[in-house]
Design a protein around this ligand. Structure first.
Ligand code: NAP
Length: 260
């Protein structure tokens, strides 16, 4: 299936590592241009250079996305380089463990800044350009918004808000033919996941316990599986899909986990 992404300019926040890296690579494999925006310049360059070495197109933009001015910088740099924006993938985020007991009002607000505000800020600054191209937005959420996890109020609140904003933006942007969808991962092996599992007392046992409860093939989802659905949603092949929250999680969130 030709996804029709040739020379489409698509911003991927956190596009240097993990799920974001897989999305950037698949955009480029489909002929699109991946604009990789993230806090670590060396990571961004490494992934962009790897894509270019494979014959694809990519641009690296350093941005600490918790800062409003850096969100604007990402949009300005993209337009300066290519003159248009065809898609925005809001992906950057981290489960930062700001709980009710363990956290504080200040850390809670900081977590919203790091996990939620930039989803709005980038969509806000990209909107004039998305209106021109009838581009679209894909957000990466988390099953935590539905299931809870404990000890992560800021991250859970951010991901819950992202689900709400998906519906809200899909409605607001109907007049412009801009589609907005969200992809929900549950358990995906990425640098972030590795750091998180290793922060627990018995990481190996915990990983085995989690994996054994993933209904479909009792295995983790791959970053590429998240990326394939994301890139399909970015493409015109999903031209009548908007306001949807898609769980790419091997049934983890909704199927009966006692079966495995
Ligand atoms: P990852 O491996 O840590 O990659 C995320 C990338 O985004 C990193 O390069 C990170 O930079 C960057 N980043 C994060 N927050 C940023 C910020 N505020 N400003 C600039 N750069 C930022 O994470 P991942 O596991 O691929 O997760 C990607 C998305 O999937 C997140 O929204 C996460 O909530 C969601 N998700 C993941 C899983 C999973 O199982 N992995 C499950 C549910 C949801 P640094 O490395 O320098 O921090």
């Amino acid at each position: 299936m030709d996804l029709g992404l040739q020379d489409k300019v698509i911003i991927v926040t956190g596009g240097a590592k993990g799920i974001g890296e897989a999305i950037s690579r698949i955009i480029a494999q489909e002929g699109g241009i991946a604009v990789i925006a993230g806090r670590n310049a060396a990571d961004n360059e490494k992934t962009a250079n790897a894509i270019i070495a494979d014959g694809g197109k990519a641009l690296a933009v350093q941005a600490e996305l918790g800062k409003v001015e850096d969100c604007k910088k990402v949009i300005d740099a993209t337009v300066a380089a290519y003159g248009k924006i065809d898609g925005l993938v809001n992906n950057a985020g981290a489960n930062d463990g700001v709980g009710l007991e363990s956290g504080s009002p200040e850390r809670f607000m900081q977590s919203l800044q790091n996990n939620l505000s930039h989803y709005y800020n980038l969509a806000h600054y990209a909107l004039p350009y998305l209106k021109t191209t009838k581009g679209n937005i894909v957000n990466i959420g988390s099953k935590v918004a539905t299931t809870g996890q404990g000890n992560t109020s800021g991250y859970a609140a951010s991901k819950g808000a992202i689900n709400a904003l998906t519906r809200e933006w899909a409605v607001e942007l109907l007049p412009y033919s801009i589609r907005v969808n969200t992809v929900i991962p549950a358990e995906v092996w990425t640098p972030l996941y590795e750091t998180w599992i290793n922060s627990l007392p018995n990481p190996k046992e915990k990983l085995a316990a989690i994996t054994s409860k993933i209904p479909f093939e009792t295995r983790m989802t791959t970053s590429e599986e998240i990326a394939n659905t994301t890139v399909f949603l970015l493409s015109g092949r999903s031209s009548h899909t908007t306001g949807q929250i898609l769980y790419v999680d091997g049934g983890y969130t909704h199927l009966d986990r006692s079966i495995s």
